[in-house]
Design a protein around this ligand. Structure first.
Ligand SMILES: Cc1cc2nc3c(=O)[nH]c(=O)nc-3n(C[C@H](O)[C@H](O)[C@H](O)COP(=O)(O)OP(=O)(O)OC[C@H]3O[C@@H](n4cnc5c(N)ncnc54)[C@H](O)[C@@H]3O)c2cc1C
Length: 438
């Protein structure tokens, strides 16, 4: 039975037990956990995109997941859930066909369908095309409970929502180096598919970066833009494989979140740095080998379509006429060269969106922070406030330093969602201060 949604009439008094900002995998897993564990709570989710979409700009044919389908949005918490990936395949009539693929790693296109299938079950609780622009703390008065006021903007204008608890799951924000930001002909891999029609046959393209997206983009453009010339500009000697060996992969297991959280900061930093190659600037070996195959065939045929610039950085790009002139710094030879291009694609990573960018001044001031300025979060991904009675604000995407490498990934979402939902207080009959919500 879907949980109750108290925001049915947008012009009405809008108060929910729980508001979710963003409706990507994190908050979908939370919505499922609420339905399964706390159906008595009312909830609403706000998603800036007009409809469900999971990194759609990189939904490339042939790209596969970097996580086992067993680590779907529910199975590690509740393997009997109707929202498992297996249940999805069964409903779509593909269970046997998928089994014959003999893989743990579905295509991203299929996983996107799975996520969308889960999201659809909560359509009445999700407000698509609505961006949360501001979060303000409501402090308790007398016997009233604390909460949050959200300023939400959508096609129909602005409205205010009141929530006793908030989960911020704004996900990742694409990063483009400052020197290339806003330059004509330069875009981030997160916008690769919408920009493909700009790449005419014979286009000259630089792909900047050495991670998973860079490798996928280089392979994809080489195969899908006839006669294209691809310059892979990599800051290291060559693309390095992601470490997904079994003992190391245990770093993503739910049971290790606890020990990671309780370890001294220096040990946490050590784990993040020693095992960064599980996730950062790390590529599926099969994708590296596929790129190498193309590179080798290119040498063999002398076509000159795939160029690897090792230990190199693209430091500037200027649009001259219809050409992008890129300046590349080569560390090995200590030289600089210029490339004439039609497009520069930055596979230069992401950073987690920061909830503080949405807070009003008073709310930011009340935050508890650490010496390094980071948010003080507890084991349940909850931000600390310097107040005797604070409402719960969860920021799971922002917890890599405290909870480990799984914080920005899918691996631990099922268990994490259960922990968050179970921790929600049983106070849904208490009132917010009238002066605030009137
Ligand atoms: C191309 C790509 C492939 C990936 N593949 C994998 C993988 O195979 N395995 C894995 O474990 N991880 C993978 N990741 C990591 C990725 O972060 C997670 O898969 C997952 O997307 C995190 O889910 P999320 O819901 O926290 O964030 P997101 O999926 O980023 O969703 C956040 C949502 O919040 C919305 N939003 C942001 N701000 C606001 C606001 N103010 N108001 C309203 N809505 C807002 C955004 O529109 C977005 O839809 C991949 C990442 C990328 C970029």
């Amino acid at each position: 039975m879907p949980f109750q949604n108290s925001i049915s009439d947008k012009n009405h008094f809008n108060l929910v037990d729980f508001a979710g900002i963003g409706f990507g995998p994190t908050n979908i897993s939370v919505a499922i956990a609420m339905e399964e564990l706390r159906p008595e709570l009312s909830a609403s989710f706000f998603e800036a995109q007009p409809s469900f979409g999971w990194h759609k700009g990189l939904l490339l044919g042939g790209a596969t997941m970097q996580v086992s389908f067993l680590k779907d949005l529910v199975s590690f918490r509740n393997p009997r859930s109707r929202f498992s990936f297996t249940s999805f395949l069964h409903e779509k009539g593909r269970l046997a066909d998928f089994a014959n693929l003999k893989t743990f790693f579905p295509s991203r296109i299929e996983f996107h369908q799975y996520l969308e299938w889960c999201a659809q079950a909560f359509a009445s609780q999700v407000n698509y095309g609505e961006r949360v622009e501001e979060i303000s703390l409501i402090e308790p008065q007398g016997s009233s409970a604390p909460g949050f006021r959200l300023q939400v903007a959508g096609a129909d204008g602005q409205r205010r929502i009141f929530a006793r608890n908030v989960i911020f799951a704004g996900g990742l924000c694409p990063q483009v180096p400052e020197t290339l930001r806003g330059k004509s002909g330069v875009f981030h891999t997160s916008e690769l598919l919408p920009n493909m029609q700009r790449l005419r046959p014979g286009s000259r393209v630089a792909v900047v970066g050495a991670g998973q997206s860079a490798t996928e983009a280089a392979n994809y453009i080489y195969d899908n833009v006839p006669g294209s010339i691809v310059h892979a500009i990599v800051p290291r000697f060559g693309h390095s494989p992601a470490d997904d060996s079994p003992f190391v992969n245990q770093v993503f297991d739910p049971e290790h979140v606890e020990s990671f959280f309780n370890a001294p900061a220096s040990i946490r930093e050590k784990i993040l740095s020693v095992h960064a190659s599980t996730n950062y600037a790390a590529v599926d070996l099969a994708d590296i080998e596929a790129l190498y195959q193309r590179w080798y065939m290119d040498r063999l045929t002398g076509e000159g379509r795939l160029h690897l610039h090792r230990m190199s950085r693209l430091i500037d790009a200027t649009h001259i006429g219809s050409t992008v002139v890129a300046t590349v710094n080569h560390e090995l030879t200590q030289t600089t060269s210029q490339l004439e291009l039609d497009a520069v694609i930055c596979a230069t990573g992401y950073r987690p969106r920061d909830v503080r960018d949405l807070m009003d001044e008073r709310t930011r001031e009340a935050l508890r922070t650490n010496n390094d300025g980071s948010l003080d979060v507890d084991r349940l991904y909850r931000v600390g406030f310097d107040l005797p009675h604070a409402p719960a604000l969860f920021v799971p995407d922002m917890c890599e330093k405290t909870h480990g490498l799984s914080a920005t990934l899918i691996s631990n979402m099922a268990v994490r969602a259960g922990e968050i939902v179970q921790s929600l207080p049983h106070h849904h009959n208490t009132k917010l201060p009238l002066s605030e919500v009137a």
